[in-house]
Design a binder for this molecule. Sequence first.
Ligand code: PEP
Ligand code: MG
Length: 568
Amino acid sequence: MSERTLSGVGATPLSGVGTVVWYRPGEALELDDPPEPDAVDPATERERFEAARDAARDELEAERERARERVGDEEAAIFDAHLQFLDDPQIGDAVGNELDGGLPAEHAVREGFAGPIEQFEGMEGRMAERADDLRDIRDRLLRLLVGGERTDLSALPEGSVVFAERLTPSDTAQLDPEVVSGFVTATGGRTSHAAIFARSLALPAVVGVGDDLFAVEEGTEVVVDGDTGDVVLDPSEETRAAAADTDRAEVRREPVATTDGKSVEVAANVGQPAELEGAVEQGADGIGLYRTEFLFLERESSPDEEEQYEAYVEALDAFPDGRVVVRTLDVGGDKPIPYLELPEEENPFLGERGIRRSLGVDADLFETQLRALLRAAADGAGDLAVMVPMVATVEEFEQARERLDSVAADLESEGIDGETPEFGLMIETPSAAFMADEFAARADFLSIGTNDLTQYVMAASRGNERVSELHDPQHPPVLRAIARTVEGAEGTDAWVGMCGEMAGDPDLTELLVGLGLDELSMSAVTIPEVKANVAETDRESAGELAARTLRASTKRDVERLLDDETAD
Ligand code: PEP
Ligand code: MG
């Protein structure tokens, strides 16, 4: 049989070869029409519902333990969120109303969950992913009520490639990377839960393939290319060999430099303590972005000073000879935290986000976080750097520094006197890029967040598939904003890094070095390849490539220039 290729979005730059195992948790859950209400005994149905809820709780607790062993405490916390949803009074009431109305338990569950799922689906970004969590719980209850079987994802045969419409957090947490060769889903994007898990498990994965996926039969041989997003069915010997042969670049534990001797720090982006180990294993020089909002997600209240302190010390101890850049809480936009009760905003990406909240409504949280950070800097092994997000004005940066200084003075009076950490900001707004020289004169470093910078420069939302062509940092205006930021720091002591997704694209390493970046920070899996590319880069030709690229007028021209370079 000749090979066929389906295309989706690559989630991890790894390839896998294996055999399709379909995971269809919803299949057994097609329900017939409900009987007439007077043929149903509400008391019995309520008991059935309660029994299913108890069984779901037992299952979730067991899965939480398994996830804890496999991927760590933080990922396992997703199950805490599921347990909370399971006992959520609002959802319980919605199901209860349906039961009172005379529906059998399974129909009551389906109807009772429909409203909350729809509500979450209407939201943006990570909040929309909560809809997946709710579907997961609903389907679990339905399976328990109608007795459907489901594939045990934690006990798959070696070499399985899991195909599914979607994989929920509890599904992905059960996959054992030692056994599973990868997964492919019909839905999802680069930032979906499934894709993020794939990266933390270093599992080849392609998401968002669409409905064509459903035509693929169980048992089909397949190559999953998480780099290109290709899913090759019935691959030829040649394709299989090429996939098996895409040896990953060797892990380099030492810092790297260009052929002409300029050091470029290659660091990891992490969101939770469980990812630190992977970052060390992949040879990260340090942490270039610690997204602390993950410490605040999937729970009912903020972590206190002590809990944060421990998380930050753990990060600093993981890199005793390196630098750990911790970004202060970046809440708002696509990163809502339910218990912080964010206001309804017409356009949350242009609203109260990041530093705007830390200097305003979340001032207390900011102080707690700064205290935890400065205490950790005094006790942890590595060097702490503190970074503030979403800065648009010089005043914001100066006010943030005043808060840091005041917390440092308080701690000193309590006898805690650590080294002053480096203090810098993310360049994520066009205003910060335009004012980079002013910021560089005041900061120890600038770190370019191309995910947000691209959305603000291009006026194209980062999570909206309809404008994904525009949300691409290879558009000339984004490249010019990056160049302007680097130029702004010339002649100052500030170093310039990049921690948006662009930094981890190995095809862009030469361009980024040519643009003059001192540090690149990315998902741990891409570190070996980017380090290898830095070590092969000659700064003079990289600089020429950057100069040519900055003269380009369209993204196509930029892509052509980069392709020519790879062809050389
Ligand atoms: C960015 O905006 O590029 C960035 C790294 O921050 P985040 O993706 O967490 O918004
Ligand atoms: Mg950002």
